[in-house]
Structure formats: structure tokens, C-alpha cells
Ligand binder design. Structure first.
Ligand code: KG4
Ligand code: ZN
Length: 339
């Protein structure tokens, strides 16, 4: 079973050709450079960039995989959530190929793509919890099986990756800000600034990040000497409070599950922010203290990519649980739409 997968929901244009035995024949991801100087993704620029590059990387993916397009059995693309322009470019292109070749088209929920990425290289034991940490979402799920995801908590305002990007922008770092902040934080003092911990006293499982950005904005506007040390200290202090927030929510999640006698032995970490080594180390320690193991996808499936979309497609197709060609893209698609 050969799958042709496309991901265009944000600022990565990605195509992957893979088969059901987890063999990746080709995987090409173009990270759009257009947004770097703006400190965030500009939707109109993103749609245009997808349009310009998608056909070219699709052709290259076929050449690299050394297959003819007629050999593809299933076509799939991200159909939400995400930026409407990008979703339309990717899905219209992929649907057209499917129609032209008379092959099935499987619409994929981007969040489900991230969630199922862990099952590519791990033997998962249901139920387990998953922390989805991206630029658009910050969510905690109880994963009971494929197609059975319970949302336990999510951000009430900014997503964690978005907070990284916004703070990076305040510090005049290029987009995406996450890797930049992580890098600067290495030489900074994480106790240099006392930042707010939103929802600290709240025992629920929702997150909030927007207050931290406001506090940092104030610190920057009061400081006259924006030198390397200041930037590293702000980056380290910001990263530290993010780690504390994630730590407190993991502990509350474990308590929540314990109260309900739901036993888990695995904690899954997915999404671009999970690439942060400091966040990973902290979660690993908490997991270890609670006799759980951390499960993560391969590194190339952390940030947005078509391989995770293709892999989700294979799993849904094998279970015969998927929508079809007539599925309309939805920028606000939720996981409930995939349950
Ligand atoms: O999963 P992803 O590629 O796209 C979305 O679905 O949103 O996540 C992108 C986000 C960006 O906000 C980026 O700044 C963040 O992941 N990110 C990081 C790191 N690498 C990427 N955040 C913190 N530390 C990192 N090393
Ligand atoms: Zn994503």
C-alpha cells in the first residue's frame, strides 16, 4: 500500500511517500523562509509559497522514491486545523491527483497526525497520555485507542509554541522563535527575572501563557541595556517558567488519572515544542518518578511534516475509519471530528 501524503496547514510545505510497512520512500519538507523577518507566519505569504513549491516537491518526491504516480494507492492531505489558504492549496492539489488517477483520498486531521506520530516507532500501551505542544495548540489527551481521544485540557489563550515565538519577536529574534530561545537560554540565568505563573492556583488541566509575554514586554520596555546577557537571561527565565507550567500540569494530570483509577505507563510528547531539550529532560524526570516512560516520534516527525500525515492515513485506512473526497477543509477542526 503506497501512500502519497501532503501537509500544508501552516508554514511547512511537505510531501511524503511511504508504505504501510513504515518504509519512507521519500520525504521532502520545505520550511518557508518568507516569515522569518516578520516574527510570525503571514497567512497570505504562506498560501502563495505552498502554491509555488508544492508541485515541484511532489515531482521530486516521486523521483526520489523512484516510483510512477500511477503506483500510488492512496492520496491524503491535512484538512484542518490550520490556515485556510494552505489547507485549500494542499487538499485541492491532492484531491485532484486522487480524482485524476481514480484513487481514494483520505482527509487527515493535523492534530491526529501529531498524536499518532508516536505510534510509528513505539509500541504504545493504551491508555496513555499525550502532550501536544505546538505553535497552534497546547493540549493534554488521554489516548484510549486510535480514534478514541479524550481532551483533558488545553490552552485558554496562546499556544506554548506561539508564546516562544512571541517572546522571541520581542527579543528581535527571527521566526520560529522556539529554537532561538532554547539556544540563548543555555547561557542565561533562569532566575534572573521573576515571571508570572498563570493559573498557578488553578487545579484544572488548562494552560495559559499570554500573561508571561505581557510581563516580558514590560521588562524589555523598562530595560535600557538590551545586550546579549539581558537577552539570554530573559530567554532562560521564560523557558524556565514554561517548564514549570508544563511540570505542574503533568503532575495534575497524573493526579487526575490516579483519582479515576486510570493506569498509564507512558507519556507521549508530540509537536514542535517537544524538540526542546530542556522541556524534554524535565518531563522525562517526572515520568521516571512516576514509573512511566516517555514516548516520542522520530525527530523528523516532531515539527510539521507529511510523514505523520501519511502514517495517520495508513492507520485510519486500515481501520476503514475515514471521511472521503467530499470532506471540506476546516481551519478550526478539532479532535472530536476524528473520534
Ligand atoms: O508542531 P509545529 O511544527 O507546528 C504546529 O503545528 O504549530 O510547531 C511549531 C512550533 C513553533 O512555535 C516553534 O517555535 C516551536 O514549535 N519550536 C520550539 C522548538 N522548536 C520548535 N519551541 C521551543 N523549543 C524548541 N526547540
Ligand atoms: Zn503541527
Amino acid at each position: 500500500m503506497l501512500v502519497f501524503a501532503v501537509e500544508t496547514s501552516c508554514d511547512e510545505t511537505s510531501v511524503c511517500i511511504l508504505n504501510k510497512d513504515k518504509k519512507i520512500l521519500s520525504h521532502i519538507t520545505y520550511s518557508q523562509e518568507e516569515h522569518k523577518k516578520f516574527g510570525g507566519v503571514i497567512p497570505e505569504l504562506a498560501s502563495r509559497a505552498h502554491l509555488q513549491i508544492l508541485q515541484k516537491i511532489s515531482r521530486n518526491a516521486l523521483i526520489e522514491a523512484n516510483i510512477d504516480i500511477n503506483d500510488i494507492d492512496i492520496f491524503c492531505s491535512t484538512c484542518g486545523p490550520g490556515l485556510i489558504g494552505g489547507l485549500l492549496v494542499g487538499s485541492t492539489f491532492t484531491k485532484s491527483l486522487a480524482i485524476g488517477l481514480n484513487k481514494p483520498f483520505v482527509p487527515i486531521n493535523h492534530l491526529e497526525g501529531h498524536l499518532l506520530s508516536t505510534t510509528f516507532n513505539n509500541k504504545v500501551k493504551y491508555p496513555y497520555i499525550a502532550f501536544l505542544l505546538t505553535g497552534g495548540h497546547t493540549q493534554i489527551y488521554l489516548i484510549k485507542s486510535i480514534n478514541n481521544y479524550i481532551l483533558l485540557g488545553e490552552t485558554l489563550d496562546d499556544a506554548v509554541g506561539e508564546a516562544f515565538d512571541k517572546v522571541a519577536k520581542l527579543l528581535k529574534m527571527p521566526y520560529p522563535g522556539g529554537p532561538e530561545i532554547e539556544n540563548k537560554a543555555k547561557s542565561g540565568n533562569k532566575s534572573a527575572f521573576d515571571l508570572p505563573h498563570p493559573l498557578h492556583k488553578n487545579k484544572g488541566l488548562n494552560f495559559s501563557f499570554s500573561g508571561i509575554k505581557t510581563a516580558i514586554n514590560l521588562i524589555i520596555s523598562k530595560n535600557k541595556n538590551i545586550d546579549e546577557k539581558f537577552i539570554s537571561d530573559v530567554a532562560a527565565s521564560f523557558q524556565e517558567i514554561v517548564i514549570k507550567i508544563i511540570e505542574s500540569k503533568i503532575l495534575l494530570t497524573l493526579e487526575y488519572l490516579k483519582k479515576r483509577k486510570i493506569n498509564i505507563s507512558q507519556i507521549s510528547l508530540v509537536g514542535g515544542v517537544a524538540a526542546n531539550q530542556f522541556i524534554y529532560e524535565k518531563i522525562k524526570k517526572i515520568a521516571h518518578d512516576h514509573t512511566c516512560s516517555i514516548i516520542m516520534p522520530p525527530k523528523y516527525m516532531l515539527s510539521d511534516n507529511a510523514a505523520m500525515i501519511g502514517w495517520a492515513c495508513i492507520q485510519k485506512y486500515l481501520l476503514n475509519e475515514f471521511s472521503d473526497l467530499y470532506f471540506k477543509v476546516n481551519p478550526r477542526l478539532t479532535i472530536k471530528d476524528s473520534n
